[in-house]
Design a protein around this ligand. Sequence first.
Ligand code: SAM
Length: 321
Amino acid sequence: MPKRNSLNSWKLRHIIRGTASWVPFLSAWRRRHARTGGTNSARYCYTVWLRHLVNLSRHGFQIKGARVGELGPGDSIGTGLAALLSGAQSYIGLDVVPFSLRHDLESIFDELVRLYSNKEPIPDDHEFPGVRPKLASYEFPDHLIDRSEFSNRINQIKTEIRRGIGSGNTVTYLAPWTSIRAIRPHSLDLIFSQSVLEYALPLEGVYTAMATWLKPEGYSSDAIDFSAMYLSPYWNGHWAYSDWEWRLVRGQREFFLNREPLSTHLACVEKAGFEILAIDKEQNASGLRDGELSPRFRKMVIEDQETKGAMIVLRRKRDAS
Ligand SMILES: C[S@@+](CC[C@H](N)C(=O)[O-])C[C@H]1O[C@@H](n2cnc3c(N)ncnc32)[C@H](O)[C@@H]1O
């Protein structure tokens, strides 16, 4: 861990990298090689989806015949394909960058089929220590999976992948999505996200869109990471950058941490018309101290300052507008 008096030197590296993103050929190279880190692995997609499913089942959600949406699938829509293999009727992935178009979906899908067919246990925290939610058991959740028409479903999805995503009614991918009209109001049973809402902007608009797309009493399941990621040696170091430093660090990147703490998310959740069914917080009292954060973030309540991650399960209120 660097000494605290080297605060400005750790920022400088990221400020230089962000500023370099304004150089056209560096920016073009970065765009071509950008990866979001995870969903190009079938095992990662399998663990993420089954963790959401097991966690949601505690609140009455059933996958059979569900229409599912995902915000920010990233490198591939494999997590959505895993949802379809567990019994969802349809899936739509919405991203701001079309990362998934670069990947070989068919091989990810084949591996997912193998994992489901063998009823492989959910890859646990030894294999994926950073993935939320954490589960009490990582056994294959056979009782939650709808196996009816399993081979027909496999053929249908495979045909759509081969003909091109969007060629049928089962799998849709929209990237970039730019409007709340991307999805018909009240048409989804579930919308989920994995490490996405910490980037979403404008945050209130995104929660409003999610609530609008859901049927009354539809579910949202979201893993949110409030940490600085690679932008600081301290987990809370992103809150130490001043606003102008942050603009330089962001540079030309298409998406970037919104730096909003838990309480801002919860205010948006309330405003959008969601009921909170569960919040599982990961607290961390280490990192930079209050006085070392930039003035804007020194005002955060202690709970925000110490929340490094959260898993939230929401239900759209029946009477939400
Ligand atoms: C850290 S990646 C996570 C990707 C994937 N969910 C995973 O678990 O690896 C964040 C993703 O969120 C996407 N993203 C950022 N803002 C978004 C928004 N407003 N709507 C949809 N996707 C968004 C990014 O393009 C990126 O694909």
